[in-house]
Design a protein around this ligand. Structure first.
Ligand code: NDP
Length: 451
């Protein structure tokens, strides 16, 4: 028997890495992990968790405004960014400690430093060589900004979480998840917010009707500059001047570049082994998350499949179970529900109308745009949208889209039904809960053909 120091050496203690460590250790493997930055990775430190905390803060503004129509009256409404940031930091530190203690209580050896691979079964860490039968790379990704004159003056989503002061005027560049979420958050926290996006509708990749609808809704609280691009940014005293390629100019205090993320594969020692990379630096893996170097695996954002925390968790778990319990269950990427925490939220699962057509399905579409009951009294000019896509042959609901308050909460439950193969007839025989927004899902009767 070969004598390795560890059965599994994990590089990166984010969502995928920590899950793999915990499962492998619980199956009796000798496990070590190296983490040079923060425990819990992007999600806990500069992603989902602090973003959701800031999103809650932003929703209070809507709630305070809405409450007036319900009889509430108050003076002196004031928001203190310092309090929010301070409390967020305390909570994130608490979560860091929890992640670390999950590892130590599972007898995982922790190296709080950078690790570099130096051979198929070898890692350099803490000035020494450590051997491992298997290596798992779970180092995640990092914000990426295109280069243009003045691009160094932009901040990234990472920087937002370290910001001690809320800018009075901010410009968000990009039209993806991070751009729309932060545009909503900043505008509700009192910043004058503009968003510059090169496309004609936000959120490329989402259902076209959802994109049209959310672009209009976000346009109600954010100044949208669509089909526009930044040519250069220059510093003017303490402010920034943006020159757009169209010739117009904008002045603001801060520019958030939310233009995507790249896998963090630099300086990992990958040139010493046979691991292959895609052109964007993502690690290529097979269906078992194995790289071209058979003893080295990779999961999470670094493989650039679906950059979502629950996906990385599932991938890490699959690798650990395959290695240490012989479980050959493959990852199923179908029907992964997702939410975008802009105002209003988007929740979606399954196919967009276009994806259904591209898959040669004969579909019926049920769609409804309505004013939520709450806004009859709040007076808010915000609508909700629901869309169901049904495969005519099987009657199965294959796509499900909601733009509404708490859409993620609603769609998570409905994604179970979709994964169980629920048909439109199943939806129709389900009795609604009245009065709720989600009851619309079981009362949709008017269909149209695909466009
Ligand atoms: P996205 O890929 O979602 O969006 C990047 C945006 O930047 C797109 O609108 C893109 O435009 C634009 N862009 C890219 N390159 C340029 C350029 N050169 N000039 C101008 N604009 C450009 O990335 P995000 O960083 O927003 O998010 C990364 C991933 O993180 C997401 O895909 C998602 O998987 C995950 N995430 C999930 C969240 C959630 O679950 N709620 C929240 C936040 C992130 P175009 O569309 O034209 O390509």
């Amino acid at each position: 028997m070969e004598a390795f120091d560890y059965d599994l050496f994990v590089i990166g203690a984010g969502s995928g890495g920590v899950r793999a460590c915990r499962i492998a250790a619980s199956l009796g493997a000798r496990v070590a992990v190296a983490e040079e930055r923060y425990f819990g990775g992007t999600c806990v430190n500069v992603g989902c968790v602090p973003k959701k905390l800031y999103s809650y803060a932003a929703h209070y503004f809507d709630d305070f405004e809405d409450s007036k129509g319900f009889g509430w009256d108050f003076d002196n409404l004031r928001f203190d960014w310092g309090v929010l940031k301070g409390n967020k930091d305390i909570e994130i530190n608490r979560l860091n400690d929890i992640y670390k203690s999950i590892l130590s209580s599972n007898q995982v050896d922790i190296f709080e430093t950078r690790a570099r691979i130096s051979g198929p079964n070898e890692v350099q860490v803490d000035g020494k060589t450590v051997s491992a039968k298997n290596i798992l790379i779970a180092v995640g990704g990092w914000p990426w900004t295109p280069e243009f004159p003045g691009s160094e003056l932009t901040i990234s989503s990472n920087d937002v979480f370290a910001m001690d002061q809320l800018p009075a005027e901010i410009v968000v560049m990009g039209g993806g998840y991070i751009a729309v979420e932060f545009a909503s958050i900043f505008s509700r926290l009192g910043c004058k917010t503009s968003l510059i996006y090169r496309g004609d509708k936000l959120l490329r990749g989402f259902d076209e009707d959802v994109r049209t609808f959310i672009t209009a809704e976000i346009g109600n609280h954010v100044d949208l500059y669509l089909e526009k691009d930044i040519e250069k940014i220059t510093k003017q005293d303490n402010r920034l001047e943006l020159s757009l390629k169209s010739g117009s100019k904008l002045i603001c205090d801060s520019v958030l570049a939310a233009t995507g993320r790249l896998p963090l594969t630099d300086d990992l020692g990958l040139d010493s082994v046979g691991v292959e990379l895609a052109s964007n630096g993502a690690i290529k893996v097979n269906e078992h998350f194995q790289t071209a170097e058979p003893s080295i695996y990779a999961v999470g954002d670094v493989i650039d499949r679906i950059a979502l925390t629950p996906v990385a968790l599932a991938e890490g778990q699959i690798v650990a179970r395959a290695l240490f319990s012989g479980d050959t269950k493959a990852m199923d990427y179908k029907n992964i529900a997702t939410a975008v925490f802009c105002h209003p939220n988007i929740g979606t699962v399954g196919l967009s109308e276009q994806e259904a057509l591209d898959a040669d399905l004969q579909i019926d579409v049920y769609e409804s745009v309505f004013r939520p009951m709450k806004h009859t009294l709040s007076g808010r000019d915000e609508k909700s949208m629901i869309k169901l896509i049904v495969d005519r042959d099987s009657d199965r609901v294959v796509g499900f889209h909601l733009v509404a308050a708490d859409a993620g909460e609603i769609v998570q439950g409905l994604s179970v039904a979709i994964n169980c193969g629920a048909t439109k007839a199943d939806f129709d025989r389900t009795i609604g809960i009245h009065p709720t927004l989600a009851e619309e899902f079981v009362t949709m009767r008017t269909k149209r053909e695909a466009l």
